[in-house]
Design a protein around this ligand. Structure first.
Ligand SMILES: [Zn+2]
Length: 400
């Protein structure tokens, strides 16, 4: 089908509307949840004649899945974007002001990832209004909770695994500057607790200082564990890393600390299983404790496990998206990323997934978050072109 023109004014309006609706993840300070954005998405789909379903994830939190049918009933492409944002603490601009200046739109979520959601919505709306069916079906899943526990995409993945929904490929909206992330890291987060013996701090020798024990653990992680990461380097995402993200210890200024907890964020690379990584670190740390006089530690179960992902660049969606983006921006490419996205959860249930969207990841979660409007329009144009041409590969091959 011919690629319909995407209306700039409409994109600006939809993005402004989305940013003006607070949807801070309820796990964060001041978080009100995604319900109002979900309602906006439902209204947009309805007013464009696109059928949709609502997936309840938890009370007051639902995914909305718009369903545009195509010529082929057996083939469906998935566009996915999260509706939640991080907190607004420390922001230097009005978080929900949705102000525009010098071609940029400012506000929490403008870049991560309401720009992607707006581009996807308007691309779909434009195709629906054109009155012509795209070659393949297209679903747009606006999901909750990407910024915390991925409960939204988990619910979507459940439905895919159960065979209720079926996709041949997915585009996951995140700020990639219109380049395509074809591999990204995963993570395993857990706590290590050093256990000392509390006592009166006037006589430190009478107890065992858990903070000093924790320092031994930090040193071990840096000097013994970290040097091993280089051997695991992945060509697109680099080596694994760990960050000691939090430390908590001590009871009072005059007490030998009896316990000290470290929170570890270990980033995994494609091919590593986060649970195996955790089990290996646990075994290594326990061995280290056995060999270190006075050190008692406990490695807690992971509280977050997220898989890395990698899509083969031979997957048709990779080339098709690159082709569609080339129409609107030159110099973009496929690359890897250190951060995680919903794409890994879709890839785990067999949907080849690629991360793509307008905006710069360096703008995500910042104090003056913004996105360039021209790039949001370019993303919508690319998505509309991708969808309009998606099922044409047989024809393309014939004329090649
Ligand atoms: Zn995001």
């Amino acid at each position: 089908m011919t690629v319909p023109n995407v209306d700039r004014e409409e994109i600006w309006r939809v993005l402004r509307d989305l940013v003006a609706i607070p949807s801070v993840n309820p796990a964060f300070l001041g978080g009100t949840g995604e319900a109002d954005v979900a309602c906006y998405v439902e209204n947009y789909l309805e007013s464009n004649g696109i059928p949709y379903i609502v997936q309840t994830v938890s009370e007051g939190r639902s995914n909305v899945i718009g369903m545009l049918s195509g010529m082929r009933a057996d083939r469906t492409l998935l566009l996915e974007a999260h509706m939640d944002t991080v907190q607004t603490t420390g922001m230097t601009i009005e978080p929900f002001g949705a102000k525009t200046a010098s071609g940029r739109l400012y506000g929490r979520g403008a870049c991560d990832t309401k720009a992607s959601l707006a581009a996807m919505l308007v691309a779909l709306g434009t195709l629906a209004r054109s009155g012509r069916r795209p070659p393949v079906g297209v679903h747009l899943a606006a999901v909750v909770d990407e910024e915390y526990r991925y409960a939204g995409v988990a619910k979507l993945a459940q439905a895919i695994e159960a065979g209720e929904l079926c996709y041949e490929a997915a585009i996951v909206g995140e700020p990639t500057g219109l380049s395509r992330v074809v591999a990204h890291k995963g993570c395993v987060r857990f706590r290590i607790e050093a256990r000392g013996v509390a006592g009166h701090s006037s006589d430190p020798g009478k107890g065992v200082n858990a903070i000093e024990q924790a320092m031994e653990i930090v040193r071990y992680l840096r000097e013994v564990v970290e040097p091993g990461y280089e051997a695991l380097r992945h060509p697109l995402v680099g080596p694994p890393t760990h960050c000691i993200a939090q430390i908590e210890g001590g009871e009072a200024p005059n007490t030998i600390p009896g316990a000290c907890k470290l929170t570890i964020d270990r980033r995994t690379v494609p091919g590593e299983d986060p649970l195996d990584v955790w089990a290996r670190m646990k075994a290594d740390l326990e061995r280290f404790a056995d060999e270190t006089p006075g050190l008692t530690l406990m490695v807690h179960e992971p509280f977050i496990v997220d898989y890395a992902m990698e899509i083969s660049t031979d997957e048709p969606v990779v080339g098709k998206l690159a082709h569609a983006v080339d129409r609107v921006k030159s110099g973009t490419a496929e690359h890897g990323a250190a951060y995680g996205t919903d794409a890994s959860k879709l890839a785990r249930v067999g949907v080849p997934s690629i991360v793509f969207g307008p905006g710069d990841i360096r703008q995500a979660h910042t104090d003056d978050e913004w996105v360039e409007l021209a790039e949001v329009c370019a993303a919508a144009d690319a998505l509309a072109a991708l969808i309009a041409n998606y099922g044409n590969e047989e024809g393309e091959e014939q004329t090649a």
